[in-house]
Design a protein around this ligand. Structure first.
Ligand SMILES: [Zn+2]
Length: 255
């Protein structure tokens, strides 16, 4: 309730692209830059949006990092280009000119072959996680499941009262339905998350496949070897398999 009376609102706006050194994949890349704006509100009265952060999403690995203050993003819509030209560097981030290209940071040189893939998985995971809290079903999942269980329980009690001779059958039917509903909501939850993430990731994955000459199948089998929280990357890639549309490559301006 408190959030209704007093709270903050956050929005993001694209501000162009700039050269930057990505700390995750360790490459000098073009980053698509966004500013994050925040406003406080009391009841329905909202204050001015103030810029609180600038970040860039790496065009290679899709990980978002803080954009250096030296960067001066400009509109650059050739979405298939990952690496900046010297001219682009001097216009959008002149501080980089005298700096050596970064060493691989998150993943060591010994992983040279899979380094970029691992970085991309990192980016995919981050993007999916960033939609975990914002997707409606995800936020309500626990509540919905509790509701289903409660309804099943009450219905069971009601049916037990009405038809005491067939209790077993009714209970089994009821709890099977409840189980299916719960599975359905979990699936719906990840579908919503995947959909939101895919808006951004679609273009990254297409560009990545073109640059690295890999097929989605290769990425999926790589993702199958990942453990822990990275398991969702494989599930996402399998979900995305039918949805990655090469025709949308040059027209999808998500930025
Ligand atoms: Zn990167």
């Amino acid at each position: 309730m408190a959030a209704l009376v007093w709270g903050t609102r956050i929005k993001e706006e694209p501000i162009g692209s700039a050269a930057f050194d990505c700390p995750v994949c360790g490459e000098r890349v073009i980053g698509d830059a966004f500013k994050v704006l925040k406003a406080t509100h009391v009841y329905f009265i909202r204050g001015h949006f103030r810029e609180i952060q600038r970040y860039a999403r790496c065009r290679l690995c899709a990980v978002s990092s803080d954009l250096p203050t030296t960067a001066k993003p400009e509109v650059f819509k050739q979405l298939n280009i990952i690496f900046p030209t010297n001219g682009f560097i001097s216009r959008t981030n002149p501080a980089l000119i005298d700096k050596p290209k970064p060493e691989n940071s998150n993943y060591p040189k010994s992983l040279e072959k899979t380094r970029h893939v691992l970085s991309l998985f990192h980016g995919i995971l981050g993007e999916i996680n960033s939609h975990k809290s914002s997707s409606k079903a995800a936020g309500n999942a626990e509540g919905i499941i509790l509701l289903i269980l409660m309804a099943s329980l009450f219905l069971s009690m009601f049916l037990y009262d009405k038809f005491p001779n067939h209790t077993g059958l009714f209970l089994i039917t009821l709890w099977t339905i409840a189980l299916f509903l719960i599975i359905y909501f979990f699936r719906l939850q990840s579908t919503l998350m995947f959909k939101a993430a895919h808006q951004y990731l679609n273009i990254h994955i297409q560009r990545f496949m073109e640059f690295k000459h890999v097929q989605l199948r290769d990425l999926i089998s790589q993702a199958s070897t990942m453990k822990g929280e990275f398991k969702i990357v494989k599930r996402y890639l399998l979900w995305a398999e039918k949805r990655i549309d090469p025709n949308s490559y040059y027209t999808n301006i998500g930025y």
